[in-house]
Design a protein around this ligand. Structure first.
Ligand SMILES: [Zn+2]
Length: 64
């Protein structure tokens, strides 16, 4: 096994631009602030055939 994929994230193409930026929780869509966000680490994902860096964050309620 590689990385720390302890949590199953939804497909990138189903997420909003805010979720891709880490502005909203990737799981429930709640608006995040720096005090409530849980950083899941950088991931490289395939978005429409292009590899892009993704910075998924969740709220404390969704955090693993
Ligand atoms: Zn959440």
């Amino acid at each position: 096994m590689s990385g720390s994929a302890a949590i199953e994230l939804p497909p990138v193409e189903t997420l909003t631009e805010r979720q891709l930026r880490g502005a909203d929780c990737v799981l429930c869509g709640t608006r995040l602030s720096n005090t409530t966000a849980v950083d899941l680490g950088t991931r490289t994902v395939d978005a429409h055939g292009t590899a892009v860096d993704w910075f998924p964050r969740t709220c404390t309620g969704c955090a693993p």
